[in-house]
Design a protein around this ligand. Structure first.
Ligand code: NAG
Ligand code: NAG
Length: 404
C-alpha cells in the first residue's frame, strides 16, 4: 500500500516537473529534451560513477532539466555534446562502463570522457551515431577492439583513444573517413598493419607504443600531415618515398621500429623542430641539401654510413652515435661547439677517423660532446652517456677496412 502511494507521489512529481519544464523552457529557450535522450542519459548515468574525490555527477539530478547538467549540451531538444567527468586538472575522473544506450543520442556530435577508470569495451552502438565528429576517451581502461563499423562515422574529425588497453587491429575502414583530422591511438595494444588514410585534412597521426607491424605504402598518408608518430612498434620496410611527400611535417618520430632504406634528403628542409628516427635499420649516407634548421635530430642506432655532412652542424642537439659513419668530423662542428651553439653532439660508436680540436679550445660546460669508440683517440676528455661504454677507442682491427 505504502509502495503504491509512493509511486503515485512520484508520478505527481514527474507530472509537475514536466509542467514546470514546459512553462520554463518552451517559451524562452528551445524545446525540452527529447524523451529518448532523457532515458539514454539515465542509463549512461547508471553505469558510471565518480571516483572518490570527484563529484562530477552531483549536478545530474533527473528531477531537473538534463540539458543543464554538467557536461551535457543540447540543441533543439537533442543532446549534441557530452563531456563526461570533471575536466579540471587533478580530478580523479569517473569509473564504470559506457552504456550501449549512448547509441540513442542521435544528435551527439561530441563525446569526451576525462582520464579515469572507465573500463569494458566501446559499445558498438557508438558507431551508429552518424553525427559524431569528436570522440575522445583517452587514459581510461577501455579494452576490446575498435569495430570495423567505425568507418560509418563519415563526419568523424577527431578520434582519441590513447592510453587504454585496446587490442586487435586498426579497422581498415577508418582510413576511408574523408573528414579525419586527428587520429590518436597511442599507448594501446593494437596489432596488425597501419591502414592507408584518404582524408586530405589529416594533420595528426599518433600510433606510438602499440604492436603494429608490416610495411607502409608510399601513398598511405596524405601530405596534409603535420604530426606523425609511429614510434615503438614493429613497423618495417623503406619509408623514403612516403616521407619525401610529407613536406608539411613539423614533428616526426619513427623511432624504435625496423624501418630500413635511406633517409630522404628533403626531409631536412621540412618545418620540423624534432626529428626522431633512432633505433631503426636506416642505411645509406645522410646528405641534407642545405644547412639544417631542425633543433633536434636523432639518427642514432641505425646503419648509416658515409661522411658526416657539415650541413648538420647547425643542429642544436645531434645524435649520430651507433652508426657506421667514417672519415673526419667536419671542422665547422668544432667552431659551433666552442661558440656554444651546439648543445649535444653524440658521435660515439662510429668509425670516425679524426676531429681537429685545438687543445686550448674551450668547449662550454653546457655542451656535450661524445667521441668514444671511434677510429681515433678522443682529443678531449668529454663526458659520454653511460651506454657509450668505457672503451675510448675502437679496436684497430675494426678500423682497417675503412681506410683508403
Ligand atoms: C571493470 O572493472 C570492474 C571493477 O574493477 C570489474 O569488476 C569488471 O570486471 C571490469 N570489466 C571489464 C570488462 O574489464
Ligand atoms: C604483437 O603481435 C604479435 C602478432 O603480430 C603477437 O604474436 C605478439 O604476442 C604481440 N605482442 C604483444 C606484446 O602484444
Amino acid at each position: 500500500m505504502s509502495c503504491l502511494l509512493k509511486k503515485r507521489k512520484n508520478y505527481w512529481f514527474v507530472f509537475l516537473f514536466h509542467l514546470i519544464l514546459i512553462f520554463r523552457f518552451s517559451f524562452f529557450t528551445d524545446a525540452i529534451l527529447d524523451p529518448v535522450d532523457f532515458l539514454a542519459l539515465q542509463s549512461i548515468r547508471k553505469s558510471l560513477d565518480d571516483l572518490p574525490g570527484s563529484n562530477y555527477f552531483a549536478s545530474w539530478d533527473f528531477t531537473s532539466e538534463p540539458c543543464s547538467f554538467a557536461g551535457v549540451y543540447c540543441d533543439g531538444g537533442k543532446v549534441v555534446a557530452l563531456n563526461l567527468g570533471d575536466s579540471r586538472a587533478g580530478s580523479p575522473g569517473i569509473t564504470g562502463q559506457i552504456d550501449p544506450m549512448i547509441g540513442k543520442l542521435s544528435g551527439l556530435a561530441e563525446l569526451t570522457i576525462v582520464p579515469g577508470r572507465v573500463n569494458g569495451s566501446l559499445p558498438r552502438t557508438l558507431f551508429q551515431l552518424k553525427n559524431l565528429r569528436f570522440l575522445a576517451i583517452s587514459r581510461n581502461l577501455i579494452s576490446g577492439e575498435i569495430p570495423e563499423t567505425l568507418g560509418q562515422l563519415r563526419g568523424l574529425q577527431t578520434l582519441d583513444l590513447s592510453f587504454n588497453q585496446i587490442t586487435g587491429s586498426i579497422p581498415w575502414s577508418i582510413g576511408t573517413v574523408p573528414t579525419l583530422s586527428n587520429v590518436i591511438l597511442s599507448h594501446n595494444s593494437l596489432s596488425g598493419s597501419v591502414p592507408p588514410f584518404v582524408s586530405q585534412s589529416l594533420t595528426r597521426l599518433d600510433l606510438k607504443n602499440n604492436n603494429l607491424s608490416g610495411l607502409l605504402s608510399p601513398v598511405s598518408l596524405p601530405p596534409s600531415l603535420q604530426y606523425l608518430s609511429l614510434s615503438s612498434n614493429r613497423l618495417a620496410g623503406p619509408v623514403d618515398r612516403l616521407l619525401s611527400r610529407l613536406n608539411r611535417l613539423n614533428f616526426l618520430d619513427l623511432s624504435v621500429n625496423q624501418f630500413s632504406g635511406c633517409i630522404p634528403s628533403n626531409i631536412f628542409t621540412f618545418p620540423i623542430t624534432s626529428l626522431q628516427l633512432q633505433r631503426n635499420q636506416f642505411s645509406g649516407p645522410v646528405q641534407p641539401v642545405d644547412e639544417v634548421t631542425i633543433t633536434s635530430v636523432d639518427l642514432s642506432f641505425n646503419r648509416l654510413f658515409g661522411q658526416i655532412s657539415p650541413k648538420l652542424s647547425t643542429v642544436q642537439n645531434l645524435y649520430l652515435n651507433n652508426n657506421r659513419f667514417t672519415g673526419p668530423v667536419p671542422s665547422n662542428f668544432v667552431e659551433r661547439l666552442s661558440a656554444g651553439s651546439i648543445q649535444t653532439l653524440y658521435l660515439q660508436h662510429n668509425f670516425l677517423t679524426g676531429i681537429q680540436i685545438n687543445p686550448t679550445v674551450e668547449i662550454p660546460l653546457s655542451s656535450s660532446l661524445c667521441l668514444q669508440y671511434n677510429c681515433m683517440v678522443p682529443p678531449v676528455d668529454a663526458p659520454c652517456p653511460v651506454n657509450a661504454g668505457t672503451q675510448k677507442t675502437r679496436p684497430s682491427t675494426q678500423c682497417i677496412e675503412w681506410e683508403g
